[in-house]
Design a protein around this ligand. Sequence first.
Ligand SMILES: C[S@@+](CC[C@H](N)C(=O)[O-])C[C@H]1O[C@@H](n2cnc3c(N)ncnc32)[C@H](O)[C@@H]1O
Length: 242
Amino acid sequence: MSKLKDVYRSMRRWLIHATRRPRVGHVQLGDLNRLTPISRDWGFDRGQAIDRLYIERFVTAYADDIRGEVLEVSNNEYTIRYGGSKVARSDVLHPDDGNPRATIVADLAVPNPGLEGRFDCIICTQTLQLIYEVRSAVTQLHRWLKPGGVALVSVPGISQISREDMQQTGDYWRFTGAAVRRMFDEEFGEGAAEIEVLGNVLAATAFLHGMAAGEFDEGDLLEKDPQFQMLTTARAVKQKSL
Ligand SMILES: C[S@@+](CC[C@H](N)C(=O)[O-])C[C@H]1O[C@@H](n2cnc3c(N)ncnc32)[C@H](O)[C@@H]1O
């Protein structure tokens, strides 16, 4: 039944795409015909940001991995929400002493022997783009996990700059799924990471304008078009034999 629904949905989309392409000079941009975004706050002021729809579905899908000793960046919101009583110890990582929630002050891009092999799970959402030495950060993710431990990672593709993070740490990178695949294959071993690329032209346009997920049909936002990569997720497992 749901397969039939999917086929119907794809056909409907294809029809819309094929028949509703306005001629040159007849595109009606309406409310989007503007030089400033509808919201500069990622859509949080209008509801759930579209990237958070993707990230929270990802973390929900792998909630079983959030257990034991868990490290999360900046706060422990997802650790608590999705790990619950499976979490024995929750740590929060921040690169300087300016975050009162931090229990570990360390730079993810810098080797830190005291943190090696410490965690069953590291939740590293929307952080790698802020780290210039991103390859080293992926190396430390691998090193800081226990054998069998899991890193749950998300990175932005098509996205506005984070003004706050740009001021604090710098905002350096946007990623394709291919880059994430290579970085994690090289560090965790080939095939040790499950990679998913999300987004399409509608979701990306809406996200750039700071429109919220609730303003759209969720099925439309979840439709994947690899030419318009808005966000990539990676679930990377540290192999037991390494
Ligand atoms: C946008 S938040 C992402 C984490 C948050 N849990 C989330 O899902 O939105 C970015 C955080 O990355 C962290 N960060 C930036 N550079 C870092 C670095 N070199 N090492 C460790 N953490 C870093 C800072 O704590 C910053 O607040």
